[in-house]
Design a protein. Sequence first.
Length: 342
Amino acid sequence: MSVIANRLANEEPTLPTDTEILAQLNRIQSSPEFRVPERARKLLNYVVGEAIAGRANRIKAYSIAIEIFGRDSSFDAQADPVVRIQAGLIRRGLEHYYLLAGRDDPVIITMPKGGYVPIFSPRCTVTPAIEFHSLAGPSKEFLLNELPRTWGSFAAIAFIGLALSASAYVIRSYASFSDKTAVTIRGSGPHIPRLLVAPFRDLSGTQRSANIADGLTDEVINQLAKFKEIVVIAGGSSGTNVDPYPTVVLETAVRIESESLRVSTRLVDRADGSILWTNSYESDIRPHGLFQLQDDIAGSMATALAQPYGIIFQSGEAQLAQSTPEGIQAYTCTLAYCGHPK
C-alpha cells in the first residue's frame, strides 16, 4: 500500500502583500546588482507606490514625466523619450538583479513592455511528491501497478544518460577541430556588432564646452554599454581596423552658444568610410540643467543606435543582404533571415 502526498496539488499561489512588495522593493534598491541611475530608481519607486495605492490606471508616460522628471504640461511622449528610456533601464536592471542577487527572492517585480504598470508575483516553489510505503513489505497491488512503472522510470533515466553521453562525445569531437577550422567556422557565422565611440569633438573651444563634450562622451558610452546586443569600445577613430568584421564608429561634435547646446553625430562604417546615419540634438541648458540634458541626449542616441532593429542592426542587415556566404545552405539561411518580416 502506498500514499502519494503533494502539498501544492490543491493550493493556489498567494499574491504578495503590500508589506512584502515594499520589502522586496527595498531589497532591489539596496542591492549593488541593481545597476540603474538614480532617475530610473525614482521611476521604479513611483510606479510601485502608485500600484500599491490602487492608482495603476494613472501610471502613464505623461504623468510620470510631469511628476518624476519635472516636465511641463506640453510634454509629448513621442518627441521626448525620457520615460521610455528610463523604463528600459529598469527592465534590464531587474532582469540582471533576479539573475544574480535576487534569484531566491520570494517576490518578483517586473515591468512588462508596452506599459509602465509593475507586476508583483510570488516565486513559484514546487514541493516534490512524497511517497510513503508500509514497512510490512510490498503488497500485491504495488507489485502489479507500481513496480512496472518504476522499471519504466529506470529505463527513461538510462535513455537520458545515454543521450547526454552522446552529446558530450559530439561536443568533445567538435572541440578537437584544428585551430584553422575553428577560425573558419567563427568567420562564417553571425557576429556581435562592435561600436567604437570616438571622443566627442569640442567646436566651441572653451573650457566649459570641453567639459560638456567629455561628460557627454562618458554618458553615451555608459548608456550604450547597457545594451547586451553590441560591444562598445571607447577610444579614437583612427588606426587600423583589427576587428574580424567591419566596425562602425560614432563621431560626434559639440557646440555651445550662450545657453544653447547643439550636438551633431554620425555613424561611420570603418570598412569604407560611408556614413550610415546622422542626427542632431539642440536644446536650451537652463530649463532642466546640464546633467539632465546630457542624460536625455545620451539616452536618445543609445536607443536610436543600439535597440533591436536600431541603426546599427539595420546597417548590419543591409551588409548581410548584399554579401553571399559560402555554401548553398548558408546562402539559403541568409536569404530567409533578410526576407523575414520584423
